[in-house]
Design a protein around this ligand. Structure first.
Ligand code: S3P
Length: 426
């Protein structure tokens, strides 16, 4: 599928972005492990979350729809053995978090994924789970992977990289081990798992870059309202910032501090972006974001502990950097190479086709600003976030930008083009 983007005169209007992907995955999984019913409002209906749903259904969980809400009937920590391999599709969160849960189940499960997911590292999750007592066989550190669980011991684990997926897998496995399981990270990754575990009634203690869960809790199902996904909102934040004359209000966006680095960095660059009506959906903070476009942006350095706070937004921030005055340096972001695509390589190649001046480095990019992008034929490289970042680039390019492989967008944001069209004024 191809998308053709033509620069609009401006973007104007109000948008409610889809539900947070990370939170939807976690709500489905914890709802499955809880007692009673968990209902989800404003959840993300996209391919990645469908992968989690179908895996959970194969493990015996009943998930139904009640009007606009999802209903998950919890199995009180005891899942059923699936009669076929679980297909995690393109979704790293599905595969890695489910491994944590399956480590606690006394049966064998095989997990498979699409081509991209089958190239992504799984040992980072398998290693701590094996230390806790699970048996895992894989293909050179990748899917397909077979796990046999049960009889886990608690663990204190220092993760080599800040990864919420690794942290979450260990914490979820820790639910099945008697005693305290602790994860210590080099920098704070997103904390949705620990916040949600708490809301389900688990005993959680958190410190800086450290989280402990007490095993064998009774998790209690409850209603959850999912905040809008800041990672989806980020495409419209940057789009509205870059297109002069724009005025966009993004409603109900999750602004959890472990996720909101994109707001901090855009404000550092000089963007006119204001948080309104800050409030909470359960344990998660949300706000409406008001953005006025056309303000001059300056280049910045994005590095260190900021990286996990905006890891999924780096591609679209790189697009913003092409229009800034001066140089933007992205460092310490080697994790981008093991996402749905090698995002450093994919983005550098595709943005260059649009006339951007940038250098690919081992762990990031150096982007020279004031590029003056020109429309061209580009490719999503099979990666939803690359596709949407290129669409944003197309909004400030002269002429048409033709994005091949745009079907990848359905992984996280099926209505992206319709939402973009609803704001564009030509
Ligand atoms: C996610 C964690 C991050 C992020 C991914 C979603 C999650 O990955 O990039 O899109 O939901 O836990 P890592 O844990 O690999 O950093």
């Amino acid at each position: 599928m191809q998308f053709i983007i033509t620069a609009p005169q401006k973007l104007q209007g109000e948008l409610k972005v889809p539900g947070d992907k990370s939170i939807t995955h976690r709500a489905l999984m914890l709802g499955a492990l809880a007692t009673g019913i968990t209902t989800l409002e404003d959840f993300l209906e996209a391919d990645d979350c469908r992968s989690t749903m179908s895996c959970l259904r194969s493990l015996g969980v009943t998930i139904g729809k009640n009007g606009k809400k999802l209903q998950i009937k919890g199995l009180n920590m005891v899942l059923q053995q699936a009669d076929a391999p679980l297909y995690a599709g393109n979704s790293g969160t599905t595969a890695r978090l489910l491994l944590g849960i399956l480590a606690g189940q006394p049966f064998k499960t095989k997990i498979i994924g699409d081509q991209s997911l089958s190239n992504r590292p799984m040992r980072r999750v398998a290693e701590p789970l094996v230390q806790m007592g699970a048996s895992i066989t894989d293909e050179g550190g990748h899917l397909p992977l077979t796990i046999s669980g049960g009889n886990l011991r608690p663990l204190t684990y220092n993760t080599p990289q800040a990864s919420a997926q690794v942290k979450s897998a260990v914490l979820l496995a820790g639910l099945f081990a008697e005693g305290k399981t602790t994860v210590i990270e080099p920098a704070a990754s997103r904390n949705h798992t620990e916040l949600m575990l708490k809301s389900f009634g688990a005993e959680i203690e958190t410190g800086e870059c450290r989280v402990m869960v007490e095993g064998r809790p009774v998790l209690k199902g409850h209603p959850i309202r999912v905040p809008g996904d800041i990672s989806a909102a980020a495409f419209f934040m940057v789009a509205a910032v870059l297109v002069p004359g724009s005025k966009v209000l993004l409603k109900n966006v999750g602004i959890n501090l472990t996720r909101s680095g994109v707001i901090t960095v855009l404000q550092q660059m000089g963007a006119d972006l204001e948080l309104r009506d800050q409030r909470c959906y359960g344990t998660e903070p949300v706000a409406d974001l008001m953005i006025h476009g056309g303000v001059r942006l300056n280049g910045v350095t994005i590095a260190g502990a900021m990286i996990p706070r905006l890891i999924d937004e780096l591609p679209v921030l790189a697009v913003a950097a092409t229009a800034a005055v001066g140089r933007t340096v992205i460092r310490d972001a080697g994790e981008l190479r093991v996402k749905e695509s090698d995002r450093i390589h994919a983005l550098s190649g595709e943005l260059r086709k649009l006339g951007a001046h940038l250098t690919e480095t081992e762990d990031g990019m150096i982007i020279e600003g004031s590029s003056g992008l020109k429309g061209a034929r580009v490719d999503s490289c099979g990666d939803h976030r690359i596709a949407m970042s290129l669409a944003v680039a197309g909004l400030i390019a002269t002429g048409d930008t033709n994005i091949a492989g745009a079907e990848a967008i359905a992984i996280s944001y099926p209505q992206f083009m319709a939402d973009l069209r609803s704001l564009a004024i030509f």
